[in-house]
Design a binder for this molecule. Structure first.
Ligand code: SAM
Ligand code: SF4
Length: 322
């Protein structure tokens, strides 16, 4: 089992399959994707070497992310292979969902066990202006299909200062009949979004207080849940979750590690640097990679320094997968 010097155990790998993205989310890639890292990227076979090494070290859950993971051509094959890797119990994906109706059946057949789709607004015009893509109905259609297939589905929505009340109302109305978990994520500062962050950051506390005052009950946490706090309500088929990276105890429950599409290990989302693993990965020996990763764990810090505005090397979350 992978542990660090602060007594935390790591069951969960977030593997970025590409840093490219086709959306222009206002807080992430407002100008769209532009290549800044010209280093080689992991092949599908490299990704499996990584997953096998982590599985050997006790990882049970793998999330495929990006950039936009759908842009990685061999994604269905990777899902299939990760799903049958001994020790891996869950393979999840985080996507902007732009092709969801076309791909969800293939992903389901390949063994995907959990879907996360990012939707920051249920108003089609607002969604289009926030992402640069007028495709909310397609994404919602894909979610309906995922639910029809019995796929556990979560929706990520980044909290914004502006119009947050209207958005909350719309989302809650949707949850009456839609059995997804909607997770509000506090906006995080990155190297490139400082001004946006300053004008938009909103703490999740108000939303939590509102939920508790209106009959929402906390749901007990599972081992691989990570830092989200979830709530349910008898009148709603859906649930609400909150991810509050600026809460003081946020990092105490950290259970995840990240590998970028360039094969760098990030011990924290806001680490000062990614640790180059590509050469070891390319060697194809997952045992050797596993012992290398184990040795690197002593470098994991107790907490991020976001409160001090220190975002490490993270220019935007697309480069790592959030
Ligand atoms: N492209 C995929 C998507 O959007 O779902 C996967 C990658 S994206 C970086 C993963 C998640 O990070 C999304 O839910 C997105 O909303 C969130 N995210 C990106 N930048 C963020 C920021 N600065 N603060 C909080 N969440 C952010
Ligand atoms: Fe792309 Fe996801 Fe970033 Fe939006 S949040 S720009 S979809 S990587």
């Amino acid at each position: 089992m992978l542990t660090d010097n602060h007594g935390r155990r790591f069951y969960y790998l977030r593997l970025s399959v590409t840093d490219q993205c086709n959306f222009r989310c206002s807080y992430c890639l407002p100008e769209g994707y532009r290549q800044t890292d010209f280093n080689p990227t992991l092949t599908a076979a490299d990704m499996l070497t990584v997953v096998r090494a982590f599985a050997r070290l006790g990882t049970r859950k793998v999330r495929l992310t990006g950039g936009e993971p759908t842009l990685f051509r061999e994604l269905p094959w990777v899902i299939e292979q990760v799903a049958v890797t001994p020790g891996i119990q869950k393979v999840a994906i985080t996507t902007n969902g732009y092709r969801l109706p076309k791909v969800i059946d293939d992903w389901h057949r390949a063994g995907l066990s959990q879907l996360n789709v990012s939707i920051d607004s249920l108003d089609p015009a607002e969604f289009a202006s926030m992402t640069g893509h007028d495709c909310l109905p397609v994404i919602l259609q894909g979610i309906d299909r995922a639910l029809a297939l019995g796929m556990p589905t979560k929706v990520n929505a980044v909290l914004h200062h502006e119009s947050s009340r209207e958005r909350l109302g719309q989302f809650l109305e949707w949850l009456v009949d839609t059995p997804v978990t909607l997770r509000f994520i506090e906006l995080m500062q990155t190297g490139e979004n400082r001004d946006y962050f300053i004008s938009n950051h909103l703490r999740g506390d108000d939303i939590e207080a509102y939920l508790l005052a209106t009959g929402w009950q906390p749901v007990p946490r599972a081992l691989d849940d990570g830092p989200a706090r979830e709530y349910c309500h008898p009148d709603y088929r859906g649930r609400v979750g909150l991810i509050t990276p600026y809460a003081t105890d946020f990092c105490q429950t950290c259970n995840r590690l990240r590998v970028s599409a360039q094969g760098r290990l990030h011990l924290c989302l806001f680490a000062d640097q990614g640790i180059e693993l590509l050469d070891v990965i390319r060697g194809g020996d997952s045992d050797q990679l596993a012992s290398h990763i184990q040795q690197l764990m002593t470098g994991k810090a107790a907490s991020h320094q976001l409160h001090q505005g220190q975002v490490g090397q993270t220019r935007n979350l697309a480069m790592l997968g959030g």
